[in-house]
Design a protein around this ligand. Structure first.
Ligand SMILES: [Zn+2]
Length: 155
C-alpha cells in the first residue's frame, strides 16, 4: 500500500536517492537552430543565447568538503559544449539546409530529431554522464523565461 503522503517526495532531486549534496554549474553558450514540422518562430533559422544548468548530486563530501569541484565540471563539460554546440547550427538530420551549409563549411551539430531545448538538455545530460559526472538534472534555458529539463529517471 502506498502511503498517502510521502515527505521525501518534497525533497529536491538528489536527496530522494540518498544524495543530499547538489552542486550546480551554469554554462552560457550561443547556438543557432530551426525546428521542422513546427509552426512557431523557431521554424526559421535563428539563434539563441542559451544557458545550461547542470545539477550534480553526491552522497557525501570529499576531503576538501566538496561534492564536486566547480572547476572540474567547467573544464570537462564546458569544453564539450564549446566544441560541439557553441556558435554552431544545431539541426535535425532531415533538414534540407544541411547540405548547403556543409558545402560552405559552416559549423553544424546534427540531431536525429528536432534540436529543441528538450533534446539539447538531454544531449548535454548524456555527455556529462559519459564524462563520468553523477548528473541528476540538466536545464536548458532557451530564453530568459523558458527552459526545458531532462532528469535522471527515478523509477
Ligand atoms: Zn529557437
Amino acid at each position: 500500500m502506498p502511503r498517502p503522503f510521502d515527505p521525501s517526495a518534497k525533497l529536491r532531486a538528489g536527496s530522494a536517492q540518498g544524495k543530499p549534496y547538489v552542486v550546480t554549474k551554469v554554462i552560457d553558450f550561443c547556438y543557432g537552430h530551426r525546428l521542422l514540422n513546427y509552426e512557431g518562430k523557431c521554424r526559421h533559422l535563428h539563434g539563441h543565447n542559451g544557458r545550461v544548468e547542470i545539477d550534480i548530486a553526491t552522497e557525501g563530501l570529499d576531503k576538501r568538503g566538496m561534492a564536486y569541484d566547480f572547476s572540474d565540471i567547467k573544464q570537462a563539460i564546458k569544453s564539450w559544449i564549446d566544441k560541439e554546440f557553441d556558435h554552431k547550427m544545431l539541426l535535425n538530420e532531415k533538414d534540407p539546409v544541411i547540405s548547403y551549409l556543409k558545402e560552405r563549411n559552416e559549423p553544424l551539430y546534427i540531431f536525429q530529431e528536432n534540436p529543441t531545448a528538450e533534446n539539447i538538455a538531454k544531449k548535454i545530460f548524456e555527455e556529462a554522464v559519459k564524462l563520468g559526472f553523477p548528473v541528476e538534472e540538466v536545464r536548458l534555458w532557451e530564453t530568459s523565461d523558458s527552459y526545458a529539463t531532462y532528469r535522471k529517471d527515478k523509477f
